[in-house]
Design a protein around this ligand. Structure first.
Ligand SMILES: Nc1nc2c(ncn2[C@@H]2O[C@H](COP(=O)(O)OP(=O)(O)O)[C@@H](O)[C@H]2O)c(=O)[nH]1
Ligand SMILES: [Mg+2]
Length: 221
């Protein structure tokens, strides 16, 4: 019984996500669903990303959090359109929440929409939001074992950003081993070591993002 209920919920979510994906494809907006634990550095990375891209393309952000508009306030300081969704304790965003938020965004005038999901390595991986691609932020302070312990999120994500690479000398994090685990779970996935603090590796991440935006624009023709 419970299994059927869960299947129905996911089925309804996927139907709404598919409709959103179609609408956003017509508008040629590349949509990234950004996942990761609380504190992995998602919002800091977004702030750096906006600073690098704001003059090159038209972007907007949707922030998902249980409570507060703290992250949306951080993004709004960079002068980009931002919508905060509060899940009131819910552990992930879902497609109906995005559908509602998009009523307040002029997506026709966008090249890139980034959705920062609720900080969590489990449930957000299960719910499609109409995105083109998922990326996950794993910070080196979280430990090497996380990809194997939470495989679905790494399986779903085309890119893993290994953030806080500046802190590696203070941890026992092994970049080569983590990369191997991630690419075993998801052959072909990209893994980029970055530091949202020092800027190390961010150029490769920006290039990755620009390539996806370009692909989307060309595919939609
Ligand atoms: N040392 C270091 N700290 C970082 C880095 N990225 C983020 N932080 C810090 O990690 C904490 C959590 O960052 P935040 O962006 O709020 O993470 P979020 O919860 O994933 O959105 C903050 O204190 C950031 O300043 C990084 O690359 N290196
Ligand atoms: Mg955040």
């Amino acid at each position: 019984m419970e299994v059927k209920v869960m299947k129905d919920i996911l089925g309804q979510n996927d139907a709404i996500a598919a409709a959103l994906r179609e609408k956003l494809a017509e508008q040629r907006v590349f949509v990234l669903n950004l996942l990761g634990s609380p504190g992995s550095g998602k919002t800091t990375l977004l702030e750096k990303t906006i600073a690098a891209l704001n003059k090159k393309l038209r972007l907007a952000v949707i922030e998902g959090d249980l409570f507060t508009s703290k992250d949306a306030d951080r993004i709004a300081r960079h002068d980009v359109p931002v919508i905060q969704i509060n899940t009131s304790g819910g552990c992930h965003l879902d497609a109906p929440m995005i559908e509602k938020a998009l009523k307040e965004l002029n997506t026709d005038a966008l090249d890139l929409l980034i959705i920062e999901n609720v900080g969590n390595l489990v449930c957000p991986a299960e719910f499609a939001l109409g995105e083109d691609t998922k990326a996950v932020v794993l910070s080196v302070t979280e430990g090497n074992d996380k990809p194997l312990k939470y495989p679905l999120i790494f399986k779903e994500s085309a890119l893993t950003l290994l953030n806080k690479i500046d802190l590696v000398p203070y941890t026992d994090f092994n970049v080569a081993a983590a990369t191997e685990d991630i690419t075993t779970i998801h052959p072909g996935a990209a893994v980029l070591p970055v530091s949202a603090r020092t800027g190390e590796g961010l150029a490769a991440w920006i290039d990755w993002l620009l390539a996806r935006v370009r692909e989307k624009r060309e595919a939609a023709r």
